[in-house]
Design a protein around this ligand. Structure first.
Ligand code: FPP
Ligand code: MG
Ligand code: MG
Length: 325
């Protein structure tokens, strides 16, 4: 985050370090084998985007230091990392956070069970947060899974492919990021109005985060993203820049359109499509779309008093829209 208030930044850094320590602890299982597999992705790093949002959202209330805030920050990251173990199996991904994925390092069975283990850990912690949190967590989990399932289904006849895709994104990513903001505001003791506004803010910022991720999947080299570039393209997942390019009627795009409807598991065809997409105006169009979402999210912050917390949440949305990693 750009520095907006050094005191706020120090507080957040201190709490984030406490969350980090707890997270590593929660990856411990009954045997070294389980602990190693569970700590694998957690120790590989990650942006800790969701825990940071919990901590920042908690600053909108009178008790940002409540122990429940730290627990909630662990819950959302454990849930997220659990879903990544499963995601990498489904996407047959080999690289995550600059490290081998669990499915590549071990096998699919280990990856799936480790995801389940971490989801179990996050459920145990959620129970400590009480019945409201359990209900929110259950709903979030359903939305995550439904979003992921929807990604594997073609849009219905007459359904706008972009609308279909935005529904996928809201489910698989917006839901957990909305919950991160909601938990933060809720356990920080903010008013019901602020809790609702921040949850909506999180939903939009979360979708923008995934759309930026989609753009980076095409634009960045693996050294920057820690992942294999063009994975969505190879898997045939029609993400935002791909959908925007597909809408082109320019005859100069004929070759790209042909490639985008072909099987891109072939390395040479995949490289050609990736190269054409990177140069295409759809990339700019997709970026502008994400910036517009960030502006929508920021407008929801008008329920907050002006000050360093609101400014930090505004920059948080801007950072998401201009992600480079
Ligand atoms: C990453 O998307 C995947 C998600 C954001 C959610 C996946 C959800 C599930 C697998 C269901 C939930 C399961 C559990 C155990 C909680 P991506 O593949 O587009 O992103 P990537 O580029 O980071 O791989
Ligand atoms: Mg993936
Ligand atoms: Mg995926």
């Amino acid at each position: 985050l750009p520095v907006v208030d050094e005191e706020l930044e120090r507080r957040l850094a201190r709490r984030l370090a406490a969350v980090e320590e707890q997270l590593i602890g929660h990856c411990r299982g009954r045997t070294d084998y389980v602990s190693t597999a569970a700590a694998h992705l957690m120790a590989a790093g990650g942006k800790r985007f969701r825990p940071l949002l919990v901590l920042l959202a908690a600053e909108t209330g009178p008790k940002p230091d409540a122990p429940e805030v730290l627990t909630a920050a662990c819950v959302v990251e454990l849930t997220h990392v659990a879903s990544l173990y499963h995601d990498d199996v489904m996407d047959e991904a080999a690289l995550r956070r600059g490290a081998d994925t669990a499915n590549a390092r071990w096998d699919n069975h280990v990856a799936i069970l480790t995801g389940d283990f971490l989801f179990g850990k996050s459920s145990e912690l959620t129970a400590d947060l009480g019945p409201d949190a359990v209900r929110i967590q259950a709903r979030t989990f359903t939305r995550l899974v439904e979003g992921q399932i929807l990604e594997t289904v073609e849009p219905g006849p007459g359904e706008d492919p972009l609308a279909h895709y935005l529904e996928v994104v809201a489910g698989k990513t917006g839901s957990l990021i909305a919950t991160s903001a909601r938990y933060g505001a809720m356990f920080g003791g903010a008013s019901a109005e602020v809790v609702e506004a921040l949850s909506q803010y999180g939903e939009i910022v979360g979708s923008a985060f995934q759309l930026s991720d989609d753009i980076l999947d095409i634009a960045s080299e693996s050294g920057e993203s820690g992942k294999t570039p063009g994975t969505d393209l190879r898997e045939g997942v029609p993400t935002l820049p791909i959908l925007m390019a597909k809408a082109s009627t320019d005859p100069a795009d004929a070759r790209l359109l042909e490639l985008l409807s072909a099987d891109l598991t072939d390395d040479a065809l995949h490289a050609e499509a990736l190269d054409l997409l990177r140069k295409h105006s759809a990339m700019q169009e997709a970026r502008a779309f994400v910036v517009a979402r960030a502006e929508e999210a920021k407008a929801l912050l008008s329920v907050l008093d002006p000050g360093s917390v609101r400014t930090a949440l505004e920059s948080f949305a801007d950072v998401v829209a201009s992600r480079t990693a």
